[in-house]
Write a protein that binds this ligand. Structure first.
Ligand code: C2E
Ligand code: MG
Ligand code: MG
Ligand code: MG
Length: 279
């Protein structure tokens, strides 16, 4: 009787649980075949020089067009890909694609690519990056790799040596989402980042009197002292732009300039920005 009751309770929870588990498994199976089925695309969002308004780089942002669910945002599927061990393959695909796309742009414009912390654990990241550069013919000095603080939390000796190897190739390293992690400042002391990207959450409420403005100003001073360029992420309004220019932020990125766009729209984006935002 106890056994029967136990099974009854189990069965009571089972349908919902298994529906969620199954949906997840279906997503994972879909992810596994997404490269082969050409469901991924890389979109590009411009980063502009705050003083001149010129586009200095495009950040590569992956998109997944799921056959039934439509566009799935990276915040949803990147963690799943990480758990399922699919990041090395997807990460390599993005590297190759973005390096290749960037060779079509004016040579003064760089490409920024996000790396998952897991790409530092599997395979030969430095070899993969070198391979992507060699195959595409893109010069290493045009590549920025963006990493987050969570990377430096684990395994930092190995990570630091890989970062140094990448820098030795001529690649720039950016700290992404700065200010949202746990001990940003100690990382700045331990690794010579080329750029710091201030997280969008600080930019969104950067009114004249806000705490965020004080923090942004302090990060900019810090960047000057450490000779690291500062990029503001998530700039959406003209007010945010002028405030950031006034406090000396060097580079700006956000919907104000452009949303991420497919590779074949790059020329149009460049034209529109030089028209709308030239200083
Ligand atoms: P991230 O690296 O911080 O990228 C910036 C995110 O902010 C992008 O979201 C971009 O579309 C969004 N954004 C830019 N300007 C604005 C703005 O003015 N307002 C608002 N509300 N949002 C803005 P997206 O493309 O959804 O990507 C989210 C995150 O997913 C990225 O954050 C990055 O951590 C991750 N991701 C995207 N592509 C890749 C990739 O190729 N590889 C890896 N490992 N991660 C990626
Ligand atoms: Mg990024
Ligand atoms: Mg990122
Ligand atoms: Mg970011």
């Amino acid at each position: 009787a106890a056994k029967a009751a136990g099974r009854g309770i189990y069965r009571f929870f089972e349908p919902e649980m298994s529906a969620r588990v199954q949906a997840r498994r279906r997503m994972e199976l879909g992810l596994r075949s997404a490269i082969a089925n050409e469901q991924f695309a890389v979109h590009y969002q411009p980063i502009v020089n705050a003083k001149t308004g010129a586009v200095v780089a495009f950040e590569a942002l992956i998109r997944w067009y799921h056959p039934e669910r439509g566009l799935v945002p990276p915040a949803e599927f990147i963690p799943l890909a990480e758990e399922a061990g699919l990041i090395p393959e997807i990460g390599l695909w993005i590297l190759k694609r973005a390096c290749r796309d960037a060779t079509a742009w004016p040579t003064g414009i760089r490409v920024a690519i996000n790396l998952s912390p897991l790409q530092f654990q599997y395979r030969n990241l430095v070899g993969d990056v070198e391979g992507a550069l060699r195959q595409s013919g893109l010069c290493a000095t045009r590549l920025d790799l963006e990493i987050t603080e969570s990377l430096l939390l684990q395994n930092s000796e190995v990570t630091l040596s890989i970062l140094h190897d990448l820098k030795a190739l001529g690649i720039s390293i950016s700290m992404d989402d700065f200010g949202t992690g746990y001990s940003s400042l100690s990382y700045l002391r331990r690794f010579p980042f080329d750029k710091i990207k201030i997280d969008r959450s600080f930019i969104s409420d950067i009114g004249e009197t806000s705490e965020s403005l004080a923090i942004v100003k302090a990060i900019i001073r810090l960047g000057e002292a450490l000779k690291m360029n500062i990029v503001a992420e998530g700039v959406e309004t003209i007010e945010q732009k002028s405030l950031l220019c006034r406090v000396g932020c060097q580079e700006l990125q956000g919907y104000l300039f452009s949303r991420p766009q497919p590779a074949d729209s790059i020329e149009a984006v460049l034209q529109r920005i030089s028209f709308d935002h030239a200083a």
